[in-house]
Write a protein that binds this ligand. Structure first.
Ligand SMILES: [Zn+2]
Length: 84
């Protein structure tokens, strides 16, 4: 609940588009995340939600955060088209 209530904004810095509920980034950016990173974000998020409040949830959240960062970095590394 608390994590979901975090500011709903695309994880890619500079992007103001609000992602769908429960999504890390807007669809346009998400589509540019490599499959492996997408899968890790989804898996780690599911694992975190499933075990929320239980032992190990800190570690699972850390795993999700790392996955989210990897996905965000992957998108930001290859800008498409213009620059800010
Ligand atoms: Zn975005």
């Amino acid at each position: 609940m608390s994590v979901d209530a975090m500011k709903r904004r695309c994880a890619v810095s500079g992007c103001e588009t609000a992602p769908k509920r429960g999504h890390l980034m807007c669809l346009a950016h998400w589509r540019r995340v490599p499959r492996a990173e997408q899968a890790e974000v989804n898996d780690s998020w599911r694992a975190f939600m499933k075990g929320a409040g239980q032992e190990g949830s800190r570690e699972r959240l850390a795993r999700y955060r790392a996955a989210a960062k990897a996905a965000t970095d992957a998108v930001m590394e290859k800008p498409e088209g213009g620059r800010p």
